[in-house]
Ligand binder design. Sequence first.
Ligand code: BGC
Length: 801
Amino acid sequence: MVAATIIFATHLHAQQAAPQLGKSPVKDVVNAMTLEEKAKLVVGMGFRFASPVPVKRDSSAARRDTAAAVPAFRLPPIDPADDIPEKVPGAAGRTHAIARLGIPSITVSDGPAGIRISPIRNNDSSKTYYATAFPSGTLLASTWDTVTVKKVGVAFGDEIKEYGADVILGPALNIHRNPLGGRNFEYYSEDPLIAGNITAAIVNGIQSKGVGTSIKHFAANNQETNRNSVNTIVSERALREIYLKGFEIAVKKSQPWTVMSSYNKLNGPYTSENPELITTILRKEWGFKGFVMSDWFGGTDPVGQMNAGNDLLMPGTADQSKKIVDAVNGGKIDVKQLDLNVERILNIILISPEFKKYKYSLKPDLTAHALVSRAAATEGMVLLKNDGSSLPLKSAKKIALFGNTSYDIIAGGTGSGDVNKPYTINLAQGLANAGYTVDAALKTAYEQYIADAKAKRPKVRGFSFAPPPVIPQLINDAATLAQKANDNDAAIITIGRNAGEGADRKIQNDYNLSDSEKMVIKGITDAFHAKGKKVIVVLNIGGVIEVASWRDGVDAVLLAWQPGLEAGNAIADILSGKVNPSGKLATTFAMDYKDVPSAKNFPGKELPPPPGTAAQPPSPMRGRPSEVTYEEGVYVGYRYFNTFHVKPAYEFGYGLSYTTFSYGALKINSSSVNGAFSATASITITNSGKVAGKEVVQLYISAPGKDMDKPAEELRGFAKTKLLLPGQSEPITFHVSADDIASFDTPSTSWVTEAGTYTVKVGASSENIKQTGSFTIAKDIVVEKDNKVIVPQVQIKELRP
Ligand code: BGC
């Protein structure tokens, strides 16, 4: 009896002695962890690529979940100890719980356009778990409106929280270096100021709900071809000014809970294994406080990843934990380093809903969020062409609706960025909801044609990232078109494009319209113009396409992007004039693919096998060893087109409205106090037209270019007016400090604002400058001295003006 009491008391003491997360300081919890526990915490679990989920409608939406197995790439087996029920079925992964220390498991879920989880659980469709598909990244950036984007973030954050996840794997903000980038739809812009500020807005919105984000993919991950092996070779200046700047802005303005390192190598090592990127730049220079996780199966060396400060390896394998334990025992990882990795993860777990035992409802307000999605979608659609005020549709009530994607609209791209949404409103439904009559016979013909084509598609066997095969356009003969032109008031043609992770887009039949698409546009235009009726093209695309060769034939072009689940309603809002378009391009539309500065070296080249060895087949996970050199340097997007005087089809910042705006006089005040330079540029915008509208006002600055070559101008500020009634005005003031206009000086590894006269240009696009002014900086200002890191290991022949 006595002995039993003693044993019991000792056991109790041991239990009481173990510090508990939240009750004891984090450092004490770390100290109490065994090496094995630490190595478990820094390696994730719970990725069930293969768990089958019934497909409800849109097969592309659920493809990633329905897959039975990866054809060639095999997932490592799940550790039996980790084979426990998922907290959030369909989420991308979670961390290990350590119950002894009160450490719960947190759940991370894709992706940037909405929470990506399984909509049906245990084959029981009486309850569903659909999520709102918000508009794609390219659309959100085209709003140029951080207020709207933050609202999307708040609604999105609510769904993350109410579905029981802790961290969303997004937003994604890699630069649109090349229009063929397969994930450009998820990304925002060719310009880092837009990318960084839109990211900060959505992160602040999401995190205001008490859940976290993972801004990705850090960094210089601008293509999908060989994405797990490609070495991105880029100069220090282009890296800092173009590819890192957006991340820097986002980190400083929104402190995301986590950052996701990318798949690629960067000037040598994998990003996830590079302390210069993850520790020196991200943490020391920018002050990032959260933890860094790898992309799924990214990198190859868990030891290097830990040492680099890539704290969490996702989705995690038992083998990685073992290697980490061995490395600590063998002196390859200092236990202090591992403690730091662990501590950073614990600090985030501490603020997570899971730790706080938040009672999630599983019932987010999808109806309210659909309205947020629809409103945001209308804010980011860009009116590219509107001859003779063809839009909004005034008297036109009977619509001949052409193009497969009018009936089978693309709400968002494929891959991890796809959302299992409850429905998608197509354009036929959207127009009908808005009171238009959609030609019934055409509708039936298209619906039948699309259903037949889908039925004939080969079944997707195994896991695939690829978008579903394109259905060729339905061709109507001339007699039918003449009849349709007779029976209807106007024609609308939708051109759709889809893409997703794992592959870049192609030039033929994707970037360029197919011959049959051009034929369809021409046939419809001939028939409708013969009857004096308008033809409107709606672009339902995730990335840039060629427009110059066919746009002259049609009356109006609306760039609707991939607008999320309310797609058709949002497009109808713009077409009808219920909402006046106010989106502008955050990415340039070139005249021809060849004009794109990276066209010459995208997506790089495969490397020959080492001497004396035979070429190997591509690895299912890693593709082939390859490299891509960013020879265009900082001259990406409009920085190239404007500096090198290459005329684009539609320039950066471009977008039409149903009203007009006048720009008042530009007032510039500048001052230099104790060497700290600052300036303001103020202007009043007036709605000079006949309907209410919003204007995106852009501030570009041309630097003197004394010692450094400079782009002709760079975006240094932007603002969107409120809804201005006809005749109404709004004053806008931009603030500029020396660091906003500095460039990265490679020899001195510092950001320098050169002395000289700066031209301030305020305009409606990068080419449509309305007012100019100037200020002068008397002496060079060294704004910040940085570390000499991520230096390219080869000479880059960089483009210079
Ligand atoms: C993608 C990430 C995603 C992750 C988890 C990866 O393939 O690159 O963006 O978050 O999978 O699904």
